[in-house]
Structures are given as C-alpha cells and as structure tokens.
Design a protein around this ligand. Structure first.
Ligand SMILES: [Zn+2]
Length: 359
C-alpha cells in the first residue's frame, strides 16, 4: 500500500508504527449470546435495537486494554442481512456499528482503533455458485462505505475461506481509501475450508491490489492451531508483513444446547505470548474470548519480551494438539496429500458454518 493512499494520521497505521504489538478485542457473537442474543438472530440488528449492549461490550474490551475494537457488523453485507430481511438496511446498520465503536474509542483517553468488521457474504461465488465477482465486490464496497462514514479507521475483513472472495472483498473495501486487513480461518486441517494454506495465503496477499496493511488468521479450531498457523504464515510471508492472530478461546463444545469454549484466561495468556513469539504483531481473541480473557492476554503481553518462535512440541504441550496438516506444513511439506493422513483432520464441530457470529 502506498503512503499516498493512507493519511499519516490514520490511527491504525500510527499505532502500528509506534507500538511493538497491538491488542485486538475478543469475541462479538459469543459475548452477545451471554446478554440475550438468541442463536439465529442477526447481531447487527442490535446496533439499532440494543445499542447500549454493543456499547458495553466495546467498553469492556477497551477497559481490558484493547487497542483495536471490531464493529458489530460481521454479517453486515446485503447478502447476510437478506437472511433477516434487512438487505435494505446495510448503510443504516453499518453506520451505527461504526458510530457506537467510535464513541467508545474516542472516550477512552488513549488511541483506540475502530476496525470495521466485514465477514463473508455466505454465498458461493462463480463458477460453482451464483455470486459474481462484481456483485461480491460491490456488496463489500457498500458495507465499507457505511463503516467509513460511521468513523471506522481500518477495514477488517475476517473469517474468510475462499481466495476469490478475499480478492473481491479487498478490492471492494479498498474503494473507501482506508487501510485494509484480512484474516482467514484455517479451520480444516491447517487450511481454510476452501483449501487455502498459510503459504497459499501469503502468495495471495502478495498479488493483491492494494497490498494488505496486515493479514493473518482468526477463529478456527483453537489457540494451538492458530499459533502453529501463524508460525507457518510467518515463514511464508517474511518479516515485512504484519501478522494478526485472533484465535478462539479453546475448542468449541456443545453443552446444554449452547456452544461453549473451554479456554481459561491462563491458557489465553500463554496463547498471546506464543502468538507474539511466532510472529504475530496484532493479537486478539475470537469466539469465546470474554473481556476477562482479554485482560489476561493484555497483562501477559505487557510483561513479556518477544522471544524465539516456539517449538511445535511447546505449542502442543502448553496449548493443545495441532492438526496433521499444520504439522506437515511446519516440516516444510506444502502438498495437501502430506497433511491428509488418516486421522489427520482437526476441525471445528459441524454446524458452525451457518452461525451468524463467527467472530
Ligand atoms: Zn470465531
């Protein structure tokens, strides 16, 4: 990205230039379930119906030390909102999402970045599905314009899986002229559901116009897998690319009709230090990460000096198992076959695909 595209006063680029690491926030969806959101509801409607609850979640992450808060707009494209008959409210709901976060950030007494969260459309793109590249690009651009209008500092594309959708999203959101970041979810044996490995993603990123201000991984199957994937991405991307780790708070488990995450604040503190050592400069949590977890991560990072990238055995012993696919990539074997041994797959539980809040 050229310097002329982004003003030097942009909060995101300013913080990146002045701090060794940045703390991103925790989960949106799973924390909203705790305060009354019901599975199947669109969290984005709460920007209009329950703005104080969105405000409170942002505030609790800022209080825990977050440098970056993500707007409540993950499902804010017209295609996702259509599932709730709200496809004509893209501008309204995304402007509100950014305004709510902006107000919390501006009242924090320090520089807090508002990242405009943008998730997948949920549609399959051509030639397999019906969504054309131009339709996808315009839908992302429409959402981005509203997030920028509401005061977002950076466009934050997340939980992506398809390379075509990454390209459409980046080109679409870049039209507003703010820095763009993108994270994919390596949730299927060290790759995205559409087969993208960390080395594939590094190559894809190098081909994007504009290049990303930061890239990385979010959500997925657990903290251990995210750290291993960050190591693999760092190897492929090189030292000049800013990496983002936003891992889930442990492993999702289905208990009493609810999806729960088994990570403790102590585990997330270890995860945060290891993610930094593995090469991430922006570290946060995804599904299941509460403000309490984020505070533990913040305190761990403040006391930590970046060290050598962790050994694979350390990651497994301190955070949990890593998929066979990610292990094969770690050993330098990039082919899909090497990661496809029997019993190789570590993936999140079925049924997550349709959950409207994978962030
Ligand atoms: Zn998640």
């Amino acid at each position: 990205m050229s310097a002329t595209q982004v003003s030097s006063t942009n909060r995101f680029t300013h913080l990146l230039a002045t701090k060794p690491w940045l703390l991103a926030d925790g989960a949106t969806g799973s924390n909203l379930f705790e305060v009354g959101l019901v599975s199947g509801d669109a969290p984005e409607l709460w920007n209009s119906e329950q703005p104080e609850k969105i405000n409170n979640l942002h505030q609790s992450f800022v209080d825990a030390g977050a440098d970056i808060i993500l707007t409540n707009s993950f499902g804010g494209t017209r295609y996702r909102l259509k599932l709730h008959n709200a496809q004509d409210r893209v501008e309204e709901l995304n402007v509100l999402a950014a305004q709510i976060a902006r107000k919390v950030a501006d009242n924090s007494g320090r520089t807090v970045v508002v990242a405009g969260s943008i998730g997948p459309t949920g549609e399959i793109m051509e030639p397999i599905g019906p969504l054309t590249f131009e339709q996808a690009k315009e839908a992302f651009a429409e959402q981005a314009r509203a997030l920028a209008k509401g005061g977002a500092d950076v466009m934050w594309i997340e939980t992506m899986s398809s390379p075509d959708e990454v390209r459409a999203a980046v080109e679409g959101v870049a039209t507003v002229g703010l820095p763009v970041v993108c994270t994919v979810s390596f949730d299927t044996n060290g790759r995205t559901m559409m087969g993208v490995s960390p080395s594939d993603f590094a190559e894809l990123e190098r081909s994007l116009t504009p290049r990303l201000a930061a890239c990385g991984t979010n959500c997925g199957v657990g903290a251990s897998e995210v750290v291993a994937c960050i190591h693999n991405l760092a190897e492929a991307a090189g030292p000049d690319v800013v990496l983002i780790a936003k891992g889930n708070c442990g492993i999702p488990q289905y208990i009493d009709g609810k999806i729960c995450y088994n990570g403790t604040p102590e585990l997330m503190a270890v995860y945060a230090r290891m993610a930094l050592d593995a090469g991430a400069r922006i570290i946060g949590g995804c599904c299941g990460t509460s403000p309490l977890h984020l505070k533990a991560m913040h305190d761990a990072l403040v006391l930590h000096t970046k060290g050598a990238s962790p050994e694979l055995e350390q990651i497994i012993s301190q955070l949990g198992e890593v998929s066979t696919g990610a292990k094969a990539q770690w050993a330098g074997e990039q082919s899909r076959e090497a990661g496809a041994a029997a019993g190789a797959t570590t993936r999140r539980s079925s049924g997550r695909r349709g959950v409207s809040s994978a962030n």
